[in-house]
Design a binder for this molecule. Structure first.
Ligand code: ZN
Length: 500
């Protein structure tokens, strides 16, 4: 038994090293790698995925696991938890052949570079053949995993364990119609008609200074993290003490880099705070789902950083860093400016209200592509039609439409829904947090964010994968995913902003 336990713990440690190596290669590819490095980088990444996958699915590993699984009474509580979770993961991974994993890694690495070029040149046809290949691979993957119900469940499960198309169709259906209705009310309000876009021209140095101050205030440890630049902001974990985030200072929109940095900091704080201790380097020291991960970034970005009390605290900081631009700043104007609703094309620049419509659009298109209801060639047209239905605006180019996100180039079908799931979870957590912290608004306006961090740590971070995302939400909020809580939160916030 000892031999088997030693074996599985050593494997988990080395697999987490493989994960870190792949993350570092990926981070480098999206930040500093010269363009022509992409060919060999694809080979390197695919080799790492293949080696890791071979380890996960090896008979040796599985046999040791099965041996341990057969003697549950001999195991400590920790070992039992690790063995159960690991066995689930391994049995799922064993359904997928190594050649497939390698093929997927290679295809997506090349597709990412093609997507970058297509987006740059606004030419969907450069990316289309890659996307076709990826969709075929996604279908093949669903065939390997074969979860009950809709084939897409097998894709969803990789990001949001246990989530199904049926649940999402129901929750997103309610959300979609309510969001369109709230949006209509807002866009036909007198206040909206008078609304002017607020422009704030800050140079890169000023933006960077604001982001650095922000990260310090949020207590992101500088000796365990760093901030860099990429086309699409992201967070990646190289090791327990090396979590990296990126932003983009070129994005349009009021303080886009500032808010994207809050968002990524939310992810990074979670990664750095995740359950470790006796579960370090095990399958348990990880997030239970991407939706939970996203709830952590949305919580900080929307519920905290776009609140009036946060404006109260940060206004003097802005006045100090960019005195000319902010000399007439008033907290009420400022609060309204950063919460303006304005239907727009780019998901990452969307306001809090319309954001989930962008996500639901992608979820519906992914289902249509997978079910063969639409082809890749028809995709740009279908995209434009849907966004017109949802938001009442039509993109003029594919760059501001179908080519804006990198996810499909990475083969991440099933990922987009987690953005909306996370947003809903965030509103549910926030509702509970407010109940327990009645004076939090004053504390935020004084720059005291510690109670938030402590609460999230106690109710989310500390669990790692000990329990599922659904269990975390049920335990803390008393019920599972409920889009109605998010809708109520939006109405409470946005109706007064638009005098409705
Ligand atoms: Zn995120």
């Amino acid at each position: 038994m000892k031999e088997s336990l030693d074996f599985i713990y050593k494997e988990q440690k080395e697999l987490s090293y493989f994960g870190g190596i792949a993350a570092l290669l990926g981070w480098d590819q999206m930040t500093y790698m010269p363009q022509k490095g992409c060919g060999e980088r694809a080979e390197q990444l695919s080799m790492i995925s293949r080696l890791a996958h071979e380890r996960i699915i090896s008979d040796d590993f599985y046999n040791h696991l099965k041996k341990l699984d057969e003697m549950p009474n001999m195991l400590t509580e920790r070992d039992l938890i690790v063995v159960n979770k690991l066995k689930e993961d391994v049995e799922k991974a064993r359904k997928v052949p190594s050649e497939f994993v390698e093929k997927m890694a290679k295809t997506t690495s090349l597709a990412y570079t093609a997507w970058e070029e297509a987006r740059e040149k606004n030419k969907f046809s450069l990316f289309a053949p890659h996307l076709e290949k990826i969709i075929e691979l996604e279908k093949q993957y669903c065939d390997y995993i074969k979860l009950p119900g809709h084939p897409y469940n097998s894709l969803l499960d990789d990001y949001e364990e246990g989530m199904t198309v049926d649940t999402l169709r129901k929750e997103f259906g309610v959300l979609r119609s309510q969001l369109v209705e709230i949006l209509k009310k807002i866009t036909s309000s007198a206040h909206y008609q008078k609304q002017q876009p607020v422009k704030m021209k800050l140079d890169v140095v000023q933006q960077k200074e604001l982001c650095d101050i922000l990260l310090k205030r949020l207590k992101l440890p500088f000796d365990r993290s760093r901030l860099d630049i990429s086309v699409h902001p992201f967070t990646t974990t190289i090791s327990d003490d090396d979590v990296r985030i990126t932003t983009n200072y070129e994005h349009e929109g009021l303080l886009a880099s500032f808010f994207s940095t809050v968002h990524e900091a939310g992810h990074a704080l979670y990664e750095l705070g995740l359950l470790k201790g006796e579960y370090k380097d095990t399958v348990i020291s990880d997030a239970p789902s991407i939706g939970i991960h996203e709830s952590q970034s949305r919580f900080w970005e929307n519920m905290i950083a776009r609140s009036k009390s946060f404006c109260t605290y940060f206004a003097p900081v802005f006045k100090k860093v960019v005195p000319d631009t902010c000399k007439d700043m008033n907290i009420e104007i400022w609060y309204r400016a950063i919460n303006q609703v304005r239907p727009s094309f780019i998901r990452v620049e969307a306001d809090e209200l319309t954001y989930c419509l962008h996500v639901i659009l992608r979820f519906e298109l992914e289902l249509d592509l997978l079910e063969g209801k639409i082809t890749v060639t028809e995709l740009p047209h279908c995209w434009n039609q849907k966004i017109t239905d949802f938001l009442g605006i039509t993109p003029k180019t594919d760059k501001e439409g179908v080519l804006q996100d990198m996810h499909w180039s990475g083969g991440e079908f099933g990922y987009f829904p987690t953005y909306a799931i996370g947003t809903i979870y965030a509103s549910q957590l926030f509702k509970q947090f407010l109940k327990e912290h009645t004076t939090i608004r004053e504390q935020i306006s004084q720059g005291n964010f510690t109670p938030i961090l402590n609460w999230l740590s106690e109710h989310v971070y500390q669990y790692g994968r000990l329990i599922t995302a659904d269990e975390i939400i049920k335990k803390t909020c008393g019920e599972g995913l409920n889009s109605k809580v998010f809708i109520a939160y939006l109405k409470e916030k946005y109706y007064p902003l638009y005098d409705i």
